[in-house]
Design a protein. Structure first.
Length: 250
């Protein structure tokens, strides 16, 4: 198990590094192919400049070539992804198989959406739509009660679609509707509803606190998708601990 956790950490760091590429290039409409380079001096980076976290520490957070400060978000994304996978394998101790692969895939997608919404207030269709298709197929072919997953997904998405229509897209984006659909496909009833409620409540509490502190205004947008993603990640990792708390849903 220790070896598996170590591999999970390494895999998380590697994916986190790849996610940083997506976070940089997709919002700018760039492809993910080609060598990485410094955003300031555009010097092509060597492989030893791209080792997750370690290169940031060795270079003391600066570009090797122009000494421009490297944004702290790069190691944060890498470490966060590693922590999520490490916690999943340490706490769930899942048997290796298709279900574990699909769950890890879901966690990586959720981490990706978390940071896209946090940094850019977007939930990219290029990530969301294929994942929705994959989980639709998985639920049909591999779950005992696919109808329960679909109903959870449709009810969750419908709730957000109504909010989207009423607010005319001012309080939340349509990406949140699609994310709610995905959460239902991943978690099913009742945990899917609990994850969404947890995400909405945590976003509301943080928004109120930031409003009181004067850090945001009434017209500023809050990355609701990030909170939904975090709540869902917690629900996936602590599935067995949280499930007994959902008796009031039944």
């Amino acid at each position: 198990m220790i070896l598996l956790i170590i591999l999970a950490v390494l895999g998380g760091l590697i994916y986190g590094s790849f996610l940083n590429v997506l976070l940089w290039r997709l919002p700018e409409g760039k492809g993910i192919g080609g060598r990485s380079h410094c955003r300031a001096c555009h010097h092509q980076l060597a492989w030893y400049d791209l080792i997750p976290v370690l290169s940031f520490i060795i270079l003391r957070g600066r570009c090797r070539y122009c000494h421009t400060t490297i944004h702290i978000r790069y190691p944060i994304v890498e470490i966060s992804t590693a922590i999520v996978l490490a916690f999943f394998f340490a706490l769930r101790q899942p048997p290796l198989g298709l279900e574990s692969v699909v769950t890890v895939f879901a966690l990586l997608v959720l981490v990706s959406l978390l940071f896209f919404d946090l940094f850019y207030l977007i939930l990219p269709d290029i990530i969301l739509l294929p994942t929705i298709v994959i989980f639709t197929i998985y639920d049909i072919t591999k779950t005992q009660n696919p109808l329960s997953y679909f109903l959870t997904a449709l009810l969750s998405a419908s709730f957000f679609a109504i909010l989207y229509a009423v607010s005319k897209g001012k309080n939340l984006g349509f990406g949140d509707v699609k994310l709610a659909l995905l959460i239902g496909l991943i978690l099913c009833y009742p945990l899917g509803f609990l994850a969404i409620i947890g995400g909405v409540w945590s976003a509301t509490i943080v928004a109120v606190i930031l409003l009181i502190l004067g850090r945001v205004g009434l017209k500023d947008k809050i990355p609701l998708g990030s909170f939904l993603a975090i709540s869902t990640i917690i629900s996936v990792i602590f599935y067995h601990e949280i499930l007994p708390l959902t008796t009031f849903f039944r």
